[in-house]
Ligand binder design. Structure first.
Ligand code: AHG
Length: 328
């Protein structure tokens, strides 16, 4: 079944999606089909390497970061029910049309930028919110909604296959791009993360910088079958959140990018609004959990568009343990 048919006929909510939401989801999927082709061509069309610019986070932008941002904005700007667009790559949101549409979209146009030049999986992450008052012009504050208010969220991972994983708030479904036709085809419905796991993902080189509860959790995993956990754990780290979380959704596990003491005033590396929130929404919809250590990520009331957050998500039993270790 094609994505278009799924959105009109078979969406998991069992009732027709509002036309505006259908248009928006189709627009983002179409933009990602175009991005998938550009990612695949890479050096053939001169798309590797730095753009020579920086973003609002002070990070060096790769050529594909900039191109992906422009491609998404160009396609999404044609959606008449969209009021505003916010992106990792732009300091301020963009108003679409009169700014009086029903929806807002936030995205990380190309997550995992450090992997672009080495041909490792990267992706696009998106979050869709309702504009609370569609009849008034867009204001930056309209985006300041907790992740629990998302009406849809998803990502596209550009890996050996291009895969779209999405939730409309009633489960998580997966589509694979047929590169010959340019269509996303429904492959799997009702993705489920097992409560238990023996696999974790974290950048281990930061171990000495983490807070005690995270150090304790990882050290107990490393102790293996003779330690308190009484089982051997496996570790994976792709350094593209989109690919690491995709693995968690496909076969279980835990993904963490916790706060660390190198920059004590920074809550974490990952961004709440367009990285942590959409991934937390997907993980919860798949039966897992997502916290910042003490609090459910989807309950965090945002105070800034580009705010950062500590992230621990995946298998319920492991996240519960991490939460317990963070208790005072
Ligand atoms: P970006 O949005 O700049 O591509 O950030 C990538 C993020 C995330 O995708 C990944 O999990 C993490 O950075 C990797 O960070 P390290 O290089 O510190 O491992």
């Amino acid at each position: 079944m094609h994505l278009k048919q799924y959105l009109t006929d078979l969406n998991p909510q069992g009732q027709p999606l509002p036309d505006g939401l259908q248009d928006l989801l189709l627009a983002i999927s179409q933009a990602c089909v175009g991005l998938s082709q550009l990612v695949a061509q890479g050096p053939l069309i001169g798309l590797l390497g730095s753009a020579g610019t920086g973003n609002v986070q002070g990070e060096v932008q790769q050529k594909l970061d900039v191109l992906a941002n422009d491609a998404l904005i160009s396609r999404l700007s044609a959606c008449s029910t969209l009021a505003g667009i916010a992106s990792e790559e732009m300091e301020l949101p963009i108003t679409v049309g009169s700014g009086r549409g029903d929806y807002l979209i936030l995205f990380d146009p190309l997550d995992g930028s450090s992997n672009i030049d080495v041909n490792v999986s990267i992706g696009t992450i998106f979050s869709i919110l309702k504009k609370l008052n569609p009849s008034t012009p867009l204001e930056p504050n309209d985006f300041m909604q907790a992740g629990s208010q998302q009406v849809a969220a998803g990502y596209v991972v550009y890996g050996p296959q291009t895969t779209l994983v999405m939730s409309l708030g009633a489960g998580v479904d997966l589509f694979t791009l047929d590169p010959l036709t340019g269509d996303f085809i429904l492959i799997k419905q009702g993705i489920c993360i097992p409560q238990a796991t023996k696999e974790f993902a974290i950048n281990m080189s930061n171990l000495r910088h983490w807070a005690k509860p995270v150090q304790r959790y990882i050290e107990e995993c490393l102790a293996g079958v003779t330690g308190v956990r009484q089982k051997d754990f496996n570790m994976r780290w792709i350094a593209s959140m989109v690919a690491d979380v995709h693995r968690v959704l496909m076969r279980g596990g835990v993904f963490m990018y916790p706060w660390d003491q190198r920059e004590p005033n920074k809550p974490g590396k990952l961004r709440l609004m367009y990285e942590a929130n959409p991934m937390a929404f997907l993980v919860e919809q798949a039966g897992g959990q997502a916290i910042n250590g003490t609090q459910r990520i989807l309950d965090i009331e945002p105070t800034a568009l580009h705010q950062r957050v500590s992230v621990m998500l995946g298998a319920g039993e492991e996240i519960e343990l991490l939460r317990a270790y963070h208790l005072p």
